[in-house]
Ligand binder design. Structure first.
Ligand SMILES: Cc1cc2nc3c(=O)[nH]c(=O)nc-3n(C[C@H](O)[C@H](O)[C@H](O)COP(=O)(O)OP(=O)(O)OC[C@H]3O[C@@H](n4cnc5c(N)ncnc54)[C@H](O)[C@@H]3O)c2cc1C
Length: 389
């Protein structure tokens, strides 16, 4: 282990937090240091933000508490730049030097693609915003107002269902380009649609949003859908920091990485989670999702520790086997997928059992922060012993 080696992890999301804790446990006793930087002092359970918007309490998880005793240091502050030549990160007015950088600044909701979204639509960007939304939605429900959720992907579907369940007085509309759940097997999509109908969500499929206005959503076919509040879930993008720093990125700004998740342009930098363009087993890059963070974070910790010990890490290997959707607190859909290409398989779970399954998945992501040791691929595929020089 190289004494004094400085690893800096940017972003304490699903990927960064587990990477920092696991890495600290492995390399700090040998004299290396791990610093985790995030703009917030607490871990944000992004996959529960729709629950927060629905007025539910989600427990806060302070970073200092999660990392206590691990050896990692936490710096709370916004990263404003990475100087790749000087190997330093700017956080407010301080510079933090590194020997190895782990870039895990995640993703944000894309708001620039459609006019009016940035000005007039609400997005689930963080707990404070979601809590403010809950206040607005509750007031709207009391006077029988209309909330229009734009986007029929997993986030839009989960949000619409959660709002319909939690605010019975609110009229919830879901505007979606395709059929909601169109990416699922026909059986799962049929269930999802039936459930949304039963919950009272008014679904408009085939809706191409052309503009968001203060009190309506304008569709490309000329229809204007009145709404007291518009919630935008039209897809994710990544912050421009990696591109601005000069890291090689793809067209969407995700960091291009090799098979061990090292930047192809700067091998001292690793990228994880949504920030990285990680090739999946089916060729296309891994989609945005906390599940990729839960695998790339622990993997990168092991890869860095292995290299510091003089070894050669195995290539990153990863397969999805399910996709989990909650439909309020009492129902859900679990779609099992083919790990080779993520295509939906015949097997699904529905209803309460699916809601319970998804809850276990959500809890297990947080459990991983407290117990960063177990990591399935590592258990299944033991790492190659480090080669001694
Ligand atoms: C409502 C909702 C529901 C979702 N449900 C699911 C789901 O069911 N399943 C699923 O797989 N995915 C889901 N997602 C997507 C999932 O949350 C993300 O893909 C996941 O959070 C990505 O993890 P990450 O670690 O890469 O980044 P993030 O979790 O986004 O973490 C990035 C961290 O970096 C910090 N950060 C960013 N920029 C800076 C900066 N400049 N300076 C300092 N810190 C910074 C942030 O504060 C954050 O803590 C959902 C998302 C939303 C919004």
């Amino acid at each position: 282990m190289r004494n004094g080696h400085r690893v800096v992890v940017l972003g304490a999301g699903y990927a960064g937090l587990v990477a920092a804790k696991r890495l600290a446990r492995r390399i700090c006793p040998g004299g290396a240091s791990v610093t985790l930087v995030d703009a917030r002092p607490e871990f944000v359970e992004r996959i529960r933000l729709h629950q927060v918007a629905a007025g539910q309490a989600v427990a806060a998880l302070p970073l200092a508490e999660v990392l206590a005793g691990s050896g990692a240091r936490v710096v709370v502050g916004r990263v404003t730049g990475v100087d790749l030549a000087a190997r330093a990160v700017r956080v407010g007015d301080q510079e933090i030097g590194y020997d190895t950088l782990v870039y895990g600044l995640g993703s944000v909701t894309e708001v620039d693609g459609v006019p009016g979204v940035a000005e007039h639509a609400a997005v689930l960007s963080g707990p404070a915003e979601a809590r403010r939304l809950a206040g607005r939605l509750s007031a709207l429900a009391d006077r029988g107002g209309v909330a229009a959720v734009c986007g029929g992907g997993p986030t839009g579907v989960e949000l619409a269902a959660e709002l319909a369940e939690s605010y019975p007085g609110l009229a919830v509309r879901l505007l979606t380009r395709g059929e909601p759940g169109g990416w699922l097997s026909p059986r799962a999509a049929r269930y999802l649609r039936r459930r949304l109908d039963r919950m009272g969500v008014a679904v408009t499929a085939g809706a191409e949003v052309s503009r968001v206005e203060p009190d309506a959503v304008a569709l490309a076919d000329g229809v204007r859908v009145p709404a007291d509040l518009v919630l935008w879930t039209g897809g994710f993008t990544v912050p421009p920091l990696a591109r601005e720093a000069g890291l090689a990125v793809n067209g969407r700004g995700r960091v291009l990485v090799d098979q061990t998740l090292r930047s192809v342009s700067h091998p001292e930098v690793h990228a994880i989670g949504d920030a990285a363009a990680v090739p999946g087993p089916w060729g296309a890059e891994i989609a945005y999702g906390c599940r990729s963070g839960g695998f790339t974070g622990p993997y990168v910790a092991d890869a860095i520790a292995t290299r510091l010990a003089g070894g050669v890490p195995r290539p990153f290997r990863f397969r999805y086997f399910h996709q989990c959707l909650s439909l309020g607190r009492r129902a859900g859909v679990i779609q099992f997928v083919d790990g080779a290409d993520e295509s939906p398989q015949w097997m699904i779970l529905r209803g309460r059992i699916a809601a319970g399954y998804k809850e276990i998945v959500c809890r297990s992501s947080v459990w991983l922060f407290r117990h960063p040791g177990p990591y399935l691929p590592r258990v299944l595929v033991p790492p190659r012993p480090a080669k001694r020089p």
